[in-house]
Design a protein around this ligand. Sequence first.
Ligand code: HXC
Length: 259
Amino acid sequence: MALPRSDYLSNVWKDGIFDNKVVFCTGGGGTICSAQVRALVHLGANACIVGRNVEKTEAMARSIATARKGARRKPWSEHAGAAGNFLSPISNLSPNAFKTVIDIDTIGSYNTLKATIPHLVASAKKHPNAATNPDTGGRIIFISASFHFTGMPFQTHAAVAKAGVDALSASVALEYGPRGVTSNILTPGPIAGTEGMERLGNKEAEASGAAMRKNPLQRYGSVKEIADGTVYLFSDAGNYVNGEVLVIDGGGWRSPGSF
Ligand code: HXC
């Protein structure tokens, strides 16, 4: 059954703004990435999602296809990953555990970039407005985190990995901007109902409500709020945004202990 639009997208966006656009998303079977893709598809985009878990990714592709009339699902799976994380003190973190997270987050982002950037450059060149508006070309959004802004105990591996992703995006923004491709980071905070919260949240602080109260907005975010930020960055409203980090966390990273 199709999810109601209000579950994954605000009503401020116009239908059809992504007609003839194609989105390629790694980790597309996950809670956050699937909401992002569902929103883009609802607004007209065609999508290809990949993920490490084939069954989960195919089920999500079927579900996302209901976001738009006439959309079809073609099975396609590939080895790819968007995020990997767990809580571990450094004393218990083996070199392989550290490397595994760098491989998924940083190297995975790099591999995805390498595979897709020629297509983004080509589509920027072919765009009908390319001569007058070079900002209408390819768009990259990497999903990152905020814990490396300050450092994070028990998530050293992920903090290092995401710092690398931020540096990757900033460098791509400078190198590919002249070729019509922008690169930005979207950083979700504590988003309700996600695997990240399940794995990393402080269960005691969550149960007592203390975790929520530490966030300036006194609540967790929703996947819809991440999808809305994604639509903004991909839409013409985001044409001049390049090399930026859009943090959607209610101001939480400024408030220690909110996640
Ligand atoms: C210590 C651990 C560990 C743990 C695994 N390892 N879990 N070490 N504590 N809890 C070690 C293993 O012992 C092994 O090292 C190495 O890590 C690789 O483990 P594998 O299980 O073989 O790896 P793999 O199957 O590739 O799984 C990757 C994973 C797993 C990252 C370990 O957790 C995973 O698949 N996660 C994907 C989903 C996920 O994490 N989603 C949440 C993202 S949340 P040795 O030395 O024994 O070989 C997120 C949050 C954003 O990104 C935050 C927003 C605020």
